[in-house]
Design a binder for this molecule. Structure first.
Ligand code: TTP
Ligand code: MG
Length: 450
């Protein structure tokens, strides 16, 4: 354990919802829910205004809508969140090279690694205040909570106590007392399953846990689990801040003795490869955004196609489904000599996997096929392609300018014409296939709220 509070933990407040409120002025100060908007959708996050109605992360969307019927329910815009995240992580790296992102909106920073030497509470508070101010400017208005302490565990507890929009330093020497009244769930690694086991021992809080002997804990949770928990209950945590892991991509490929023409056999191989990739991605706690398929023909022509999810996954079914989609439409001709599946674009952000994967596919990119297909088009009864608009996405209208999809259905789409730079704007409804309406990629300046 360190004798100074040199580990900092930063966590953005209601991140996805705050980014939506920044870019959609009419939603500022209002309940906003971001997540899967489909039948089986799940809440990713809710603005603090919506949380007051009991809406929270991981809640089924239909329940959230019931609790807060007047909330704006939006699909996520991961490109925007990812850019915000890059901006935030960049600011943190100015403090110290030892930055360990835990998800898009959360990271540890080892301040000692950045050459800081003044760790008195006042100096740390000033540092955090300066960081929060710079973060607010650089992101165009996002707020973060910052906690500092003598270990990762304590720094994270501190930022949790600081939420929302605050700062907290837990003074070295006071750790055990500060964590005592908290729920045992505050301890890293304690999830619902462990909580249930602990409840059988009469444990609710960290203080209860402090009363248990190591022997009792080991009996209930096994040696590793019991010992780890016993240490953390007394705030003993010496885990180092580890900068990002460097794994860039993982792939599996097979070269066949005989060229294969049987589609069924190739699809089964894709499934098997996907399962092995998923296991390798999940083991270190990673999630992959990009899935690729590689095919080599008998004449050695090699084709790779890839697709980037809007979310990220560690699930074999999702990897297999996307890879099979990439396989569709490939010419088999005289057969295939090599088949490979790969994943890349790793994140440590579990949250994106909660999004409805059917809605979260990005465009296909391909070495050979010039025109990428996307999942953003739906067929009408006449077979004409119309765009499927998703609530919350950015659009542009040739006459009315920039806005976002407020709602869509029954062949209509309603757009609110406003951006981060305008005041609240007006709402207009168009036919869903209005040729003047198109998706709008958000510029870097706009994504940063500038
Ligand atoms: P959190 O930091 O857990 O939540 P938050 O930033 O929305 O709110 P706060 O920190 O103020 O309590 O997660 C960061 C983002 O990750 C969140 O905005 C949305 C996403 N997320 C999910 O998609 N699913 C989840 O279950 C959780 C917890 C978060
Ligand atoms: Mg957060």
């Amino acid at each position: 354990m360190r004798s100074v509070a040199s580990i900092l933990h930063v966590d953005l407040d209601a991140f996805f919802a705050a980014a939506e409120q920044r870019d959609k002025p009419s939603l500022r100060g209002k309940p906003v829910i971001v997540g899967g908007v489909g039948q089986r959708g799940v809440v990713s996050t809710a603005s603090y205004e919506a949380r007051r109605f009991g809406v929270h992360s991981a809640m089924p969307m239909h329940e959230a809508r019931r609790k807060c019927p007047h909330a704006a329910v939006l699909t996520g815009r991961f490109d925007v969140y990812r850019r915000d995240s890059t901006v935030v992580m960049g600011l943190l790296r100015e403090l110290s090279p030892l930055v360990e992102p835990l998800s898009l909106d959360e990271a540890f920073v080892d301040l000692a690694g950045g050459g800081f030497t003044a760790f008195e509470s006042d100096a740390l508070t000033a540092l955090a205040e300066d960081l929060r101010a710079r973060l607010r400017v650089a992101t165009g208005g996002l707020t973060a909570s910052v906690g500092m302490g003598s270990s990762k565990f304590i720094a994270k507890v501190a930022s949790e106590l600081a939420k929302p929009d605050g700062i907290r330093v837990i003074e070295p020497g006071t750790e055990v007392a500060v964590i005592a009244p908290l729920s045992a769930r505050a301890i890293p690694g304690v999830g619902p399953v462990t909580m249930e086991k602990l409840a059988r021992l009469g444990v609710k809080t960290v203080a209860d846990l402090q009363q248990l002997s190591l022997k009792e804990l080991v009996r209930e949770l096994g040696r590793a689990g019991g010992e780890g928990l016993h240490e953390l209950a007394f705030a003993r945590d010496d885990r180092p801040v580890e900068p990002e892991r460097e794994t860039k991509s993982i792939s599996v490929e097979d070269t066949f003795e005989h060229d294969i023409t049987d589609v069924g056999e190739l699809l089964r191989m894709i499934e098997r490869d996907a399962a092995s990739l998923a296991a390798r991605v999940a083991a270190p706690g990673l999630f992959a955004r990009t899935i690729s398929l590689k095919v080599r023909y008998p004449d050695f022509t090699t084709l790779t196609r890839s697709r980037t999810l809007e979310g990220a996954t560690d699930r074999a079914e999702v990897i297999a489904r996307v890879a099979k989609g990439l396989f569709e439409g490939l010419e088999l001709g005289a057969g295939i000599r090599l088949l490979g599946v790969g994943v890349s674009g790793f994140t440590q952000a579990a949250q994106e996997a909660l999004f409805d994967p059917d809605q979260a596919l990005g465009p296909v990119s391909s070495e050979r096929f010039a025109s990428p297909t996307t999942d953003s088009a739906a067929e009408t009864a006449e077979g004409r392609e119309v765009t499927r608009w998703r609530p919350g996405e950015d659009v542009s209208h040739a006459t009315h300018g920039a806005g976002w999809v407020w709602g869509a259905g029954l062949g209509k789409v309603t757009v609110r014409f406003e951006t981060a730079q305008t005041g609240p704007g007006p709402v207009r409804t168009f036919p869903a296939d209005d040729p003047e309406l198109s998706r709008r990629p958000v510029s870097d300046e706009e994504a940063a709220g500038l």
